[in-house]
Design a protein around this ligand. Structure first.
Ligand code: FAD
Ligand code: DHB
Length: 389
């Protein structure tokens, strides 16, 4: 097959980009390794910034998001004793929308046929060729047969472990990475949330996050040493730990219930530069990872898509070659600021094994400063609602 843009990966980045390109009249094909049910079974992010909501609105795919998404005008940091409310609306005139990544992906998936977006699932052994030139192509296997897609551009939206980033010669890229000694153990359950707004808690016992998907479905996380496994965390033990870490204010209002899903996700900071090499562009987790504190991962994928769709549209519609040349630098400026915020909030809210009494005191002092300073709260709020694109 021949197309203008071959997109690898049908997660949020790949589907958002595919729909954006189709709405600009650009031909594209999306190749996904897994089947649709598997893609939708991944429980991940839950908080959408304005950039992501706006993108869905511009695509005209926001009917369910508008109806079911929960607008949150604030969120809370807890320090074991008090809730420090970050009033997003009052501080920066913004808000976020609580709507699961799974639901967003479902909306994009279900609209693809009607919008003429071709998504091919179950594609094995996807490989990229000739990306340094102007006639790149992709090969894969499906239904026991070999296939090839020729394109003008390839966009890698294939997540952290996908083949796209790895197709760039090591000598032409640079990796910036940091790993953390803990992971987030998450639980999803059909119980009402313990609070109307999210609570990020830094407790003596460790971090906890109270989040939600709806008025009837809760999502909670705690941090655990990276060496822990799910077997060590039966539901009751996890609920007990959440209750302690969320403290008397919120923990006591928590309803327990059977887990619909439970998983441990490692925390990592990672940036690959550049985000374009020849005719290959990278979007989302394929190029960068943030630790989940701050809810930036999915939203960063959406802002990459915004820049990539703009660059490709200018290339195909206005013969503007510079647009694509600028993509990496433009996207990376926002990526680095989200990396910084996610790292800083992770640092503030987690207990690092190497920390001594001084570092603990610094964390406590910073939380106390945030509680008492409007300037500090504004800084957190403008990052949380999402920096401008
Ligand atoms: P992905 O969602 O990873 O999608 C990539 C797609 O590419 C997948 O469908 C994959 O199957 C496909 N693919 C991979 N390899 C190939 C291949 N060889 N060929 C074809 N297709 C391929 N962010 C938050 O903000 N909050 C959270 O709580 C949160 N929790 C997370 C938990 C986990 C376990 C993970 C992994 C991430 C989490 N994130 C979270 C981050 C957020 O989910 C991601 O930033 C977001 O999914 C990025 O979207 P993406 O489309 O770039 O990548
Ligand atoms: C959720 C995940 C996050 O990483 C976060 O910062 C807030 C909410 C969630 O899954 O609901």
């Amino acid at each position: 097959a021949r197309t203008e843009v071959c997109i690898i990966g049908a997660g949020p980045a790949g589907l958002l980009l595919g729909h954006s390109l189709r709405s600009a009249g650009i031909d594209c094909i999306v190749l996904e390794r897994r089947d649709p049910a598997h893609v939708l079974s991944r429980i991940r992010a839950g908080v959408l910034e304005r950039i992501t909501v706006d993108l869905m609105e511009r695509l005209g795919l926001d009917a369910r998001l508008k109806a079911e998404g929960l607008r949150h005008d604030g969120f809370n940091l807890a320090d074991g004793e008090r809730l420090i409310r970050i009033d997003l609306e009052a501080l920066v005139g913004g808000h976020v929308v609580v709507y699961g990544q799974t639901e967003l992906t479902r909306d994009l998936m279900e609209a693809s046929a009607a919008r003429g977006l071709e998504v091919r699932y179950d594609c094995a052994d996807v490989a990229l060729f000739d990306i340094e030139g102007t006639t790149p192509y992709v090969t894969y296997r499906k239904d026991g047969r070999a296939h090839r897609v020729d394109a003008r551009f390839i966009v890698g939206c294939d997540g952290f472990h996908g083949p796209s980033r790895q197709a760039i010669p090591a000598a032409d890229g640079q990796v910036f990475a940091r790993s953390y000694p803990f992971g987030w153990l998450g639980i999803l359950a059909d119980v009402p949330p313990c609070n109307e707004e999210l609570i990020y808690a830094a407790h003596e016992r460790g971090f906890a996050l109270a989040s939600m998907r709806s008025a009837a479905r809760s999502r909670y996380y705690i941090d655990v040493p990276i060496t822990e496994t799910l077997e060590g965390w039966p539901d009751e033990r996890l609920w007990d730990e959440l209750s302690l870490r969320l403290g008397p204010l919120a923990g006591s209002r928590m309803t327990r219930g059977a887990a619909i899903e439970k998983s441990i996700a490692p925390l990592r900071s990672f940036v690959f530069e550049p985000m374009r090499y020849g005719s290959l562009l990278l979007c989302g987790d394929a190029a960068h990872i943030v630790p989940p504190t701050g809810a930036k991962g999915l939203n960063l994928a959406a802002s990459d898509v915004h820049y990539a769709a703009d660059a490709l549209t200018r290339f195909f519609r206005q013969a503007d070659n510079d647009a694509v040349a600028d993509y990496s630098a433009k996207a990376l400026r926002r990526v680095w600021k989200s990396e910084r915020f996610s790292w800083a909030l992770t640092r503030l809210m987690h207990k690092f094994p190497e920390d001594g009494p001084f570092e603990r005191a610094m964390q406590a002092a910073e939380l106390d400063y945030i509680a008492s300073s409007r300037a500090a709260q504004i800084s957190i709020a403008e990052n949380y609602v999402g920096l401008p694109v």
